[in-house]
Design a protein around this ligand. Sequence first.
Ligand code: PLP
Length: 394
Amino acid sequence: MPDALMPSALMTTYQPLPISLERGEGVHVWDTTGRQYLDASGGLAVCLLGHAHPFVTAAIQAQAASLIHSSNLYTIVHQERLGQVLTAVTQMDSAFFCNSGAEANECAIKLARLYGHGRNIELPTIVVMENAFHGRTLATVSATGRPKFQMGFEPLVPGFLRIPYNDIDALTQLTGNPNIVAVMLEPIQGEAGVIMPSPGYLKAVRAVCSQNNWLMIVDEIQAGLGRTGHFLAHQSAGISGDIVTLAKGLANGVPIGACLARGSVAPLFKPGQHGSTFGGNPLACRAALAVLETLEKESLIEKAAETGHYLQERLRKNLRGLAHVVDIRGQGLMIGIELDIPCRALLMQAAEKGLLINVANERVIRLLPALILTHAQADQISAILYDVIKGFAA
Ligand code: PLP
């Protein structure tokens, strides 16, 4: 425990709640006072299989006891295997492994620029979306569409052109721009408050990209890995991205990111053009293999679709009509409850009733629970949210 008498020695990037979690099992976590919570935020979409999943724990323990790190100077068997499994399940052709979502997106941005230079485009430009979130490194924060995350860090990285999400006309108006090489977007905008693509939008973006030889880069870091009832959220639109990025739940909490590429982009990097000391290490890759095996073995993607539907119905039945609730939306187990007032205060109020939630974009309660959630646990989430939103309104 930190020494309560000493000032925090951490940089003030976060404002953590006064709750310190010590242990987890399934969808539950316990704090240092022994208090139990139902974790409906899933460690921000990371704990896909719940906390301390025995199969993943055993894989991590076995790997930690044999080899945690070797460097990419040597062939890493688990990395090779993870590349094969991930590209097969996503129908992509190649993978690069790193340690976070931002790094996966950095890789995607570098690939798109390489692709552009290969076509003799000197100033390759990537179309990005208003309200997008792609990470906190300089390039990904420049691709991000929220001034709040960018202010103070100028000059931003050039080479991005921003248009509104869900506005296909804004995209088609850019088709004469010779510098554009790619469009980068989230299939559901998570940090923006679970903003859904309008019907037909993702398919229309795919068509514009294909017609103009632009790459479609899909950031699946939050929505991907089965949460929406599809392995990749954009698969529900019947399309494939040319570059797809993953992170968060891929190794159920062990840091990992992945950039997947398809077609002519897949072999673009030459040795030495990109790299990572830790990326693709045996521990993270072995954990990710255990996660992918469990997703399949326990039919968790189908379960996420079913339980997500149940939870959303339940929330609509219980919360619609409550003061301040303006919308309940989502896909599978990625759900937003939009209020008409800022609601960060609800984080602590829900925690006091034993529920961990998250608030995105000030006014949206965001639920990203583990895919193993049961109906009874969904009922519990809905009941506690009813209480806290009702109390909040009062
Ligand atoms: N992209 C999306 C859609 C995200 O939701 C996030 C994180 O919330 C990121 C990228 C950045 O991931 P990381 O925090 O692992 O760098």
